[in-house]
Write a protein that binds this ligand. Structure first.
Ligand SMILES: Nc1ncnc2c1ncn2[C@@H]1O[C@H](COP(=O)(O)OP(=O)(O)OP(=O)(O)O)[C@@H](O)[C@H]1O
Length: 434
């Protein structure tokens, strides 16, 4: 066990001077990991602390916390304790809400790497659980040993069987706590652990290591799928994809590309049925008709032959006073302002205005874009500029003393445009594709 952990640390480059934090639940796995790390710290030169999250959900929760404090004190390890509030009526369920707040607390620890005590039996359960939910290669790849980040995540025991860990705990005379909810077969995860996997192992003795190997194969397949999606994205135009090029890919490659885009936008894996529906709509929507469909918590947009994915964004914020800031957040994207010469807004007029605001469109908003051209309504300006309807409510408008002087994606009002060599301000908003 000691050699396995030392090898994982070395492979991750976590040696002398590294700050490691052991996530300590007080259960047998993390207790063994804590002891192994404590025994290695002098030889390898890292500093070690531990973190325990008290969810306050179980009558024994404070006893577990006290147990963790005692184990750490015996080993001379500093323990950081988090008391977290878990909403009992969380829409995702109590267990998922507890896990999310636990992970958030653990990730807030100031350290180079957070060490979790997941082992091979946990990996097999995860793979099986996800397969039983119809997961694809990315989900069936299970957990990774090493995940870079701040902090990075390391699971040094992922190749070790639960029985080996329990044997090490007994040999070392260690004390640990048992969470009674781990034994409750009503939780489907526990049913896999206590009923399904043992029944499988009765017929396939190597079921657990085989599932762990399958996870590695799935992980490799998932990497190849990501490489293919990245190549397909380049082939179809880069960040803004050409709808026709996407539709020219095989149906499976289209879905692979869409899943990849959803992951990149921070969404959740969409169901196959949802992907098929989005493909159907993409193939059938007339080229000039805007399309905006939900996909994995993101929005798949298609307009004038271009296709892209957006994170679902909230409605426009309240108007903001602008005092010359170079960057202002607006609807999940940045409004930028930089000095210019001969283009953009006339600096002298902006400086002379008593009140400059950034706000969303308002009823009756109109603007003249060039001298001698008619004043156009906001709707007409958006149509001329090809701003899709769903983006219109979020477009930032710069308003100087009650007058619209700039609209993102549309331009500067004629009377406010810089002339040659005049100092100006160039505004842009990341949320609109020009
Ligand atoms: N309350 C806790 N405080 C600190 N660390 C914890 C706590 N609970 C779990 N951990 C850490 O997370 C590891 C995995 O535990 P567990 O399987 O219960 O967590 P999980 O995050 O829900 O993972 P899974 O994805 O397997 O459900 C433990 O070995 C331990 O390192």
């Amino acid at each position: 066990m000691r050699a396995t952990v030392a090898a994982r640390l070395a492979a991750a480059g976590l040696g002398s001077g590294a700050r490691l934090c052991c996530a300590l639940s007080g259960g047998v796995d993390s207790t063994v990991l804590l002891h192994v790390l404590a025994a290695l710290r002098e030889e390898l030169g890292f500093t070690l602390l531990a973190a325990h999250v008290n969810h306050g959900l179980h009558p024994q929760a404070w006893a577990w916390q006290a147990h963790c404090a005692q184990s750490c004190a015996q080993l001379g390890v500093v323990l950081k304790v988090f008391q977290v509030e878990v909403a009992r009526d969380a829409p995702c369920g109590l267990e998922a809400a507890a896990r999310a707040s636990r992970h958030a607390a653990l990730r807030s620890v100031a350290c180079d790497a957070l060490l979790l005590a997941h082992h091979q039996d946990d990996q097999a359960e995860t793979v099986l659980f996800r397969l039983l939910r119809g997961s694809g290669a990315h989900g069936a790849a299970g957990m990774v040993v090493w995940q870079p980040g701040a902090p990075a995540i390391l699971r040094p025991l992922l190749g070790v069987r639960r029985a080996q860990i329990e044997a090490a705990a007994r040999e070392g005379g260690l004390h640990w706590v048992e969470d009674p909810s781990n034994a409750n077969p009503r939780h489907r995860r526990n049913a896999l652990r206590h009923e399904v996997l043992p029944a499988m192992a009765a017929h396939f003795p190597a079921a657990v290591p085989a599932l762990a190997r399958a996870a590695e194969n799935f992980a490799e397949a998932a990497t190849l799928m990501d490489e293919l999606a990245a190549a397909d994205a380049r082939l179809c135009g880069g960040q803004m994809l050409q709808r026709d090029a996407v539709l020219a890919l095989s149906a499976a490659r289209q879905r692979n590309l869409l899943r990849w885009l959803v992951r990149a936008a921070g969404g959740q894996a969409p169901s196959r049925a949802r992907l098929l529906e989005v493909q159907r709509q993409l193939a059938s929507v007339p080229p000039l008709q805007p399309l905006r469909v939900e996909l994995g918590g993101c929005v798949c947009c298609c307009y004038r032959g271009q296709l892209w994915l957006e994170a679902a964004t909230p409605p426009p914020p309240r108007p903001l006073r602008w005092r010359g800031e170079t960057e202002l957040p607006w609807c999940g994207a940045l409004l930028r302002c930089e000095a210019s010469v001969g283009e953009g807004l006339r600096l002298d007029r902006v400086q002379a205005a008593a009140l400059v605001m950034v706000r969303g469109r308002w009823p009756g908003l109109s603007m003249r874009l060039a001298a001698g051209r008619p004043q156009r309504s906001f709707r007409k300006l958006c149509q001329d500029a090809g701003v899709p309807p769903w983006l219109r409510e979020r477009l930032p408008v710069l308003m100087a003393d009650g007058e619209a002087v700039w609209i993102a994606g549309i331009g500067v009002a004629a009377a406010w445009q810089c002339e040659d060599m005049q100092p100006g301000l160039r505004l842009s908003w990341d949320g609109v594709r020009e």
